[in-house]
Design a protein around this ligand. Structure first.
Ligand code: NAI
Length: 476
């Protein structure tokens, strides 16, 4: 058995692991990144869930389905007739595959140019800086490193009452692979995955029913924003049932029979496909040999400190496999932080300024505290809101749904949270993240010149509204 030695071994090549590997190499360290990902076509690729089966392919399909939907329902407002619209799911899927391939190959190119060694296989931490690698053919080898970064990500939670069969009852990856539009689609869980994938297939013509166990819709978002979003989704035809507890899902010859309870009532739903997206759990299967000293918490997350050090010396963990939101960009920043700390540099992640985005139409995005969080923390605050219906650019785009809501401290005007439901909210939120990163006040935003006509003016106006000084709205 030959053993290679490195300064840093990264286990997992997703959006937390591959940037950690690249940054460590940029810091002059000898780096190996081990990943076992295998695509359905048998190809192996770095990039993890995000690039292969999550963020990137879902955004490709969201864009395609959004264009189709707008052509069908909005072009007429612009005076554009399109005749008979049709959709070719095969072509749509190949475009998606092409994007995934380009980006995953891009990582290999980045590894090459940064002299990161990419190894295909399953990594298992043996302790003492040794990592066992089992390649796709079952051959076992060992490598060693001064530092090991665990970046093994997460995997979909399976509901025992609705087990995945890969064909009728599928997880988020399966829901990106449909080769035709299901006539009737059931979605269990109204989180980010459920809403995004439900939207994709609904826009393409599926009749979609979303079953959500909680009584409140999108409870991680600000309540006012969530309520507004729910109104738009319902108007689009998404049938969202709150307080719906799935009891069973049974695959029959041609359909899935779902039984669920809403209040005291037992209900039944028949669908052609069922997407179960009720969260993800940290992925640590076959990762840690006995006695390596890396502790997991009671939910299976690798325990880390604020700077992603695990309980074992020289072992770090970043991304979905550790506490905090399961977001690619959070993992990326943690990976980069770990790589810089390993190289003896100063680094930190500002966990208070991590943006969240849900890529529906309208999009939902936020950063910082919600109104409910400020209330429960006893912080006095000011609120400014501004609707996209009063924004000239939004009107020109025929995208007037939604609003910007901004929360500032009553005491010193510090910007505490920005919440947006509206067109390209995921892009707009960047301004708020930057403002919060620099501890801006509401007044700083008010005094910042925003180009006209742009959607960003809605953020400007919301900051003015917090002091009852909005120009294009009635102040209270
Ligand atoms: P999630 O945790 O965001 O939402 C799951 C939903 O399922 C929750 O609302 C929960 O109340 C509901 N639920 C749980 N058990 C249920 C049951 N038995 N019956 C009905 N409803 C039930 O999880 P999701 O959407 O699967 O996403 C997984 C992770 O991936 C999340 O951490 C999410 O933030 C991340 N993600 C982020 C995206 C983004 O940033 N745009 C896109 C996709 C995923």
């Amino acid at each position: 058995m030959t053993e290679q030695s490195y300064d840093v071994a990264v286990i997992g090549g997703g959006p937390a692991g591959y940037p950690a590997a690249i940054r460590a190499a940029q810091n002059g360290l000898r780096v190996v990144c081990v990943d076992e990902w295998c695509n359905p076509d048998g190809s192996r690729a770095f990039g993890g869930t995000c690039l292969n089966a999550g963020c990137i392919p879902s955004k490709a399909l969201l864009e395609s389905s959004e264009l189709y939907h707008r052509a069908a329902s909005e072009f007429k407002f612009h005076g554009i007739g399109v005749g008979d619209l049709s959709v070719d799911i095969g072509k749509m899927q190949s475009r998606k595959e092409k994007i995934v391939k380009q980006l995953t190959r891009g990582i290999e190119a980045l590894f090459k140019s940064n002299s990161v060694t990419g190894v295909r296989g399953h990594g298992r931490l043996l302790g003492g800086g040794r990592v066992e690698v089992t390649d796709p053919d079952g051959n076992v080898s060992e490598l060693s490193a001064e530092h090991v970064v665990i970046a093994t990500g997460s995997t979909p939670v399976e509901l025992p009452v609705a087990p995945f069969d890969g064909e009728h009852i599928v997880d988020s990856w399966g829901a990106l692979e449909f080769d035709s539009v299901p006539e009737r689609l059931g979605v269990v869980g109204a989180g980010a995955v459920g809403l995004e994938l439900g939207s994709v297939w609904q826009r393409l013509g599926a009749k979609v029913v979303v079953l959500e166990a909680l009584e409140d819709f999108l409870c991680m978002a600000d309540e006012q924003i969530a309520k507004d979003a729910l109104r738009h989704f319902k108007r689009q035809g998404l049938d969202i049932r709150l307080g719906a507890n799935v009891q069973s899902a049974t695959v029959t010859d041609s359909a899935v029979e779902v039984k669920f309870r809403q209040g005291a009532e037992e209900q039944r739903l028949e669908v052609d496909k069922l997407i179960v997206c009720v969260g993800r759990r940290p992925f640590t299967a076959e990762l840690l040999a006995d006695g390596v000293g890396v502790e997991l918490d009671d939910r299976g997350f690798v325990q880390v400190d604020e700077q992603c050090r695990t309980t074992a010396p020289g072992v770090w963990a970043v991304g979905d496999v550790v506490r905090g939101p399961m977001l690619a960009h959070k993992g990326t920043e943690e990976g980069i932080m770990a790589a810089d700390l390993i190289a003896g540099k100063v680094a930190e992640v500002n966990y208070d300024a991590i943006p969240s985005v849900i890529y529906t139409a309208p999009e939902i995005a936020w950063v910082g505290k919600t109104e409910a969080e400020l209330k429960s923390n006893g912080i006095d605050y000011k609120v400014g809101t501004f609707p996209f219906a009063a924004n000239g650019r939004a009107k020109g785009m025929e995208q007037t749904a939604g609003l910007v809501k901004l929360l500032c401290a009553e005491e010193d005007d510090e910007l505490l949270g920005v919440h947006i439901v509206g067109p390209v909210a995921g892009e707009l939120i960047a301004e708020a993240v930057l403002a919060m990163e620099f501890c801006a006040s509401g007044e700083d935003l008010q005094r910042t010149i925003h180009a006209h006509p742009t959607l960003t003016e809605a953020i400007h106006e919301a900051s003015l509204a917090a002091d009852n000084r909005a120009i294009h709205a009635i102040n209270h």
